[in-house]
Write a protein that binds this ligand. Structure first.
Ligand code: KG4
Ligand code: ZN
Length: 388
């Protein structure tokens, strides 16, 4: 089965071709630079950018995969949740392609796709049972525009700046052979949640953030220190040479009985601390200490609550995905904690942590394999779609 998948729920325009669990291509055009100027994602701009980039990105995905449109068996797209105008671009384009090709269309829940992305691994270093703490290496190559031969979609190719794809030296495939019930942490700029995944396609949300997402906390506290949006990656880098114990910031809901998260109190605490100690920001060493201390607070909460949820639900496997899962301290601490508890850990490959169409295609394929009915071509976007 060969599927063309599209993802446009936020600020990444992505198209991927997936065949029998293998990712043949995964083209991503990120809008980070565009939105950085405004300190966050501007929905109207995101939608316009998706409109501009979707066709060339889809052509890149098809040509990278060496697949023509008539070889496709199904089309998939993110149906929700996400920014309404952004979702509309991908969903309606995918439905139109499905209509034109007379192929089934599958509307995918973005978070549900994240749940299975940790099972997509490099063929060179497949996940092995018990491979806890061995995060696979990054695979996205820095924004190079691939050559775009004309494809079966018609028009002459129009390259998009900054399109990146799966490293051709590395093959990725979804490997569910080692699947086991797990607690999955989804952590990004828009969401932070813990989900119990009982079996393939069967899951239950345990908890989620009651206010800010963890990535938002990185981005907003970083902004207070003068770092550019999104601040998470830079805080990760600066933290490497900072002291995580230099400043003691709160660990919200760390000991709370629920599986929910809250990060706005931590953000406020950093704001007041900087208001009372403005001179710290003049010292680059102190900025590194601040980054490391804030990161330590966020990571401790994420790791402790994930492990506790796994223990209390009697599962011995943890998975993690979403943009913040690129964070080195989080990867290391999760690996350590899983090792200590005898849990298997599957972390999404760094190239697949952030939003991408490959995970949409993999889930669509799973749904078709499990005989889940196709989505109507007249179905609308679901911007507030809640994961059950
Ligand atoms: O999944 P994603 O690309 O988009 C959504 O929010 O859905 O995640 C982006 C978030 C941003 O908040 C960004 O700061 C954070 O992921 N992020 C990181 C790192 N890389 C990305 N946060 C901490 N450390 C990182 N290395
Ligand atoms: Zn996401």
């Amino acid at each position: 089965m060969t599927i063309l998948a599209i993802e446009t729920s936020c600020d990444e325009t992505s198209a991927a071709v997936v065949r029998d669990g293998r990712i043949l291509s995964n083209a991503v055009s990120s809008q980070i630079e565009l939105h950085a100027e405004y300190g966050g994602v501007v929905p109207e701009l995101a939608a316009r950018e998706h409109l501009k980039n979707l066709l060339p990105v889809a052509k890149t995905a098809l040509s990278d995969a060496n697949i023509s449109a008539d070889q496709l068996d199904a089309i998939a797209a993110t149906q929700g949740p996400g920014l309404p105008a952004a979702l509309l671009v991908g969903l309606k384009a995918a439905q139109a392609v499905a209509f034109a090709l007379r192929k089934p269309f599958i509307g995918i829940h973005h978070h549900e796709a994240h749940l299975y992305s940790p099972w997509i691994c490099s063929i060179a270093s497949p996940h092995e049972p018990g491979s806890a703490g061995v995060p696979p290496a990054s695979s996205i190559r820095a924004g190079e525009t691939p050559a775009l031969p004309a494809t079966a979609l018609g028009n002459s190719p129009s390259p998009v700046a900054g399109v990146s794809g799966v490293d051709t030296a590395k093959q990725f495939t979804a490997d569910f052979s080692a699947f086991q019930p797990n607690v999955s942490l989804i952590v990004s700029g828009g969401h932070t949640m813990l989900v119990l995944v009982e079996s393939e396609l069967k899951h239950r949300v345990l908890g989620s953030t009651v206010d800010d997402a963890a990535g938002e906390c990185f981005d907003k506290t970083g902004k207070m220190m003068g770092l550019a949006y999104p601040a998470g990656p830079e805080m990760d880098r600066l933290s490497e040479s900072g002291n995580p114990k230099a400043f003691d910031f709160p660990r919200p809901l760390l000991h709370d009985a629920s599986d929910d998260f809250s990060f706005s109190g931590l953000k406020t605490s950093v704001r007041y601390f900087l208001r009372d100690n403005p001179a710290l920001l003049d010292d680059p060493h102190k900025i590194r200490d601040l980054c490391a201390s804030i990161q330590a607070a966020i990571v401790e909460v994420l790791v402790a609550k994930t492990i506790r949820a796994a223990r209390s639900n009697g599962v011995r496997c943890v998975t993690a995905s979403g943009g913040v899962t690129r964070n080195r301290a989080l990867r290391q601490q999760l690996a350590l904690a899983c090792k200590k508890n005898g849990f298997t850990l599957h972390l999404a490959d760094k190239s697949l942590c952030t939003d991408n169409a490959a995970m949409i295609g993999i889930l669509a394929e799973q749904k078709l394999a499990h005989k889940i009915p196709a989505t109507g071509l007249d179905e609308d976007i679901k911007p507030g779609w809640v994961l059950a």
